[in-house]
Design a protein around this ligand. Sequence first.
Ligand SMILES: Cc1cc2nc3c(=O)[nH]c(=O)nc-3n(C[C@H](O)[C@H](O)[C@H](O)COP(=O)(O)O)c2cc1C
Length: 329
Amino acid sequence: MTEFAKFTAADRFSVAPMIDVTTPTFRRIARLFSKKAMLYTEMIAANAIVHGKEYLIEHDADTINPCTLQLGGSDPKVLSEACRIASKFNYSAINLNAGCPSDKVQSGSFGAILMKTPQVITECLMAMQEASEVPVTVKTRIGVDDLDDFEYTKKIVDSVYKTGCRHIILHARKAWLNGLSPKENRTIPPLDYERVFALKEFFPDLAITINGGIKTIEECNDMLSKVEGVMLGRACMDDPYILASVDSRIYNDGSQILSRDECFKKVVEFSEKYVSEGNRLHHLGNHIINMFNGCKGARRFRNYLSCHMHELGAGPEVLEQAFNKMKEA
Ligand SMILES: Cc1cc2nc3c(=O)[nH]c(=O)nc-3n(C[C@H](O)[C@H](O)[C@H](O)COP(=O)(O)O)c2cc1C
């Protein structure tokens, strides 16, 4: 079934896909803070899904949606099969990664290298749309290596647009495939927001989610006067508390913004359920250990948590103790 991606209300604010960060645990925590933000999974290799690792995309849609599954791949058949398998998990949308520059991803000929062959992006997207019951989108960058002028950005965007897809996520910097690590590729190539805004003139009915370097809700609202959606990665990774303002200040839903302490209390309550399911506390703790950075006593919080969250049987009491240590400061 072909479902052309359209922008949905949820897409106004997205938490970017981040390997080893936007895990199922992270997404459960994020949902405690924001009911409305669009959450992305980590990139999951389509190949792994079709070769028996379906468990990688297990998903509790009722609790976590809106949530987009991000796939990595470059073989239309494999991507299409992965979409078919994913359909049983009821993600809100499926996204193709055409922007990740890591060596591992490049050796599989997917991620950012796809920008060098826009026709492959088109073929992948069409196959995915055909197999998917939910909208299919692409996350890409504004260029790759020396293919980085405005005409080339338009070519990349057109490879998506011509499939009927009407929502694209653009990281507003190019990728250098040789010589820069993925981390450097998130800082060294300069951000060019104007390039992204300029695309609106050529693709007026294409909804654009802009990504890269956005840190505050104020910046989000500024961007949202020029494009339809914003996507934040590291700002949410470094301080998931930013999500507590999103429903009220981005979606304007009239909800009350919980304080940092109130959000933490929600995490403590959730941790009880989390460990009772057989999960280890540190998998949760890793995501919130920096949550009080900048607050008085944050170091005591981090120290206590990092010392005790790995202990066998650690549960909510460890989080509470870490919090109390901080407040004693
Ligand atoms: C730890 C980490 C892992 C990432 N993994 C992915 C990924 O799986 N898929 C993807 O498209 N981008 C990935 N990215 C890139 C982010 O989605 C985002 O495009 C980038 O961090 C720029 O946005 P930001 O400045 O808001 O962080 C990752 C970024 C980080 C920091």
